[in-house]
Design a protein around this ligand. Sequence first.
Ligand SMILES: NC(=O)C1=CN([C@@H]2O[C@H](COP(=O)(O)OP(=O)(O)OC[C@H]3O[C@@H](n4cnc5c(N)ncnc54)[C@H](OP(=O)(O)O)[C@@H]3O)[C@@H](O)[C@H]2O)C=CC1
Ligand SMILES: CC(C)(CO)C(=O)C(=O)O
Length: 308
Amino acid sequence: MKILIVGAGAIGGYFGGRLLEKGEDVTFLVREKRREKLEQTGLNISSKNGDLQLTPKLITKEDPNQVFDVVLISTKSYQLEHAIKDVEPFVGPETMVLPLLNGIAHMQTLIEAFGEERVIGGLCFIETTLGEDGTIVQTSPVNQLIYGERTGEQTERIQKLEKSFTGTKADFVKSDNINQEMWHKYLFITTMSGITSMMEMPIGPIKELESGQQTIKTFLVELVAIMEKIDAPIQKGIAEVQLKRINSMSAEMKSSMQRDIEKFQPTEFEHLQGYLLLRAKEKAVQTPILELIYTKLKLYEQNLYADK
Ligand SMILES: NC(=O)C1=CN([C@@H]2O[C@H](COP(=O)(O)OP(=O)(O)OC[C@H]3O[C@@H](n4cnc5c(N)ncnc54)[C@H](OP(=O)(O)O)[C@@H]3O)[C@@H](O)[C@H]2O)C=CC1
Ligand SMILES: CC(C)(CO)C(=O)C(=O)O
């Protein structure tokens, strides 16, 4: 299978690197600066699951058109519109588009760009970031990528994809309920990124405090209330499940949003917290914690651009 990874950043570089390690036919679509860097240094991954030094195949949007069987989208949400334009020449009628972004709103954008048929579902659980020297630094052992047809069907193409993902030194999981998995991850990450970015702490010290525990719980319940109101496909009792997940995480665990803030970079707050706040307002759901976290993140972003 010809695999194209859009963006050789923290998650694209990691999962693309693992597929390359297995011997899959992987190419990265990158922008000029990243290309130069990767040509100089190679693709370097420092990982809890074993380090890698690879020589990746690289293309930019200017390279001659060729069509890939699957395109993994691993940009930030605020980079997606440009990325869609850049990847279009590499998408054919049979290409699968597999997004790995956190959140939900990007699904509609991708469907509008590529059509219902091409877009499958995906998400990942991994804690990884780009180091100053361009190395991909994966900081906790979990490295799971979940994917599947949005209809839940076991189509021929998804079975081919499964074959290509199997045997990789990362946890690739095929799901027959990917829409629900994506909403569940959305609930988890909106909580986790919101709380850790608000408190400017990894999850450990927050969850150890009784008031921290209560804040996480109340926030989860608020977000579930919005999701139920808009008929999101979430399971009953998901707030408790995600609370357990958060409580089982190692004390040093941080969210990618928090790491972006630490690097004075933009965040995906409009895509994660902002989208749900909008939906809450449409449905007149009261969400005081979401409102507070959104305000904190909006002020950060305003300040970021004021400095530039
Ligand atoms: N990091 C993590 O631990 C996790 C992240 N996620 C989600 O994954 C998504 C990606 O995050 P992450 O990997 O951390 O982000 P990064 O910023 O590390 O990576 C994004 C990459 O996309 C590249 N890119 C952007 N636009 C284009 C384009 N038009 N053409 C080619 N490359 C492009 C950027 O390249 P350039 O250098 O040119 O800017 C950058 O390398 C987000 O939605 C995030 O929420 C999900 C789970 C965990
Ligand atoms: C919390 C974590 C690291 C789990 O995968 C994540 O998804 C993110 O921060 O974007």
